[in-house]
Ligand binder design. Sequence first.
Ligand code: ADP
Ligand code: MG
Length: 288
Amino acid sequence: SIPLGFFGGIGAASSSGVLVKGSNYLEALSKSEIMVFDKTGTLTKGVFKVEEVNNEDGVDADELIETTAYAEAFSNHPIALSVKERYGKDIDNNRVGDVKELAGFGVKAIVDEKEVLVGKYALMRENNIDASEADSIGTVLYVSKDGKFLGSLVLRDEIKEDSKEALKSLKEAGIRKTVMLTGDKKEIGEYVGKELGLDEVYTELLPIDKVNKVKELMDKKSENGKLVFVGDGLNDAPVLTMADIGIAMGGLGSDAAIEASDIVIMTDEPSKIMTGYKISKKTLSIVK
Ligand code: ADP
Ligand code: MG
């Protein structure tokens, strides 16, 4: 049977906006040793703004934005949402055919019966698109239509207000190692890692690389230590499931994330991880 103290702990957590799906997760959380964070939507706001529009000669800037928004029509990725926000008009779904979301890369979609690619530089390279690489600071979306490079959009995201303090307090409370994984560029990942004082940062990871990295980190735990993964569930549902404890940001996060996770942070604030951790420690000290 479950000791009563656990119900108190789960209740206290839930009134703070931390939904714990079972007493076993509260117990596991109290033994957290390594905490691994996704970047976008987890430590950063995941609300990008289109800061630069670099249309190629002979391409209209509005056409570049419209084409990108249409290719992203069915994507819920924070990047896609920001492009649609910038476009600002309704999307006529009849103009969009087959769409393939390429996790960690971008999207491939049929727009007006033409193939559109939107995503990382590597996506252009792999499809033999002659794209000029932008050296701007930010997440760059390269766009092609019918094999022709249209230009790029540069997007920027911001670090959440409480990320730094949350990570600092978790370390002080005894978490041995904090790690950030991201599919984003090296320059951006390393900048965020430094700003936040993370112990380790791994960048340019595809979803499968994130799985392998978490596996590797699982092997580095001590006998009783637990590994926590915190993400928003977009491209990281597999690692949420694999970790001892998967924590999802429930506000921005997808239903898949909430489904795949053991604990849900309703307000998306990293500081709530510390709230949950403290409650878990306290609950265990009462129950044991
Ligand atoms: P993170 O690891 O920071 O959460 P993701 O793995 O979701 O990031 O995405 C990694 C990179 O893949 C993004 O920085 C972007 O370059 C590209 N990407 C992912 N999804 C999309 C999309 N829907 N449209 C365009 N680019 C995308
Ligand atoms: Mg993500």
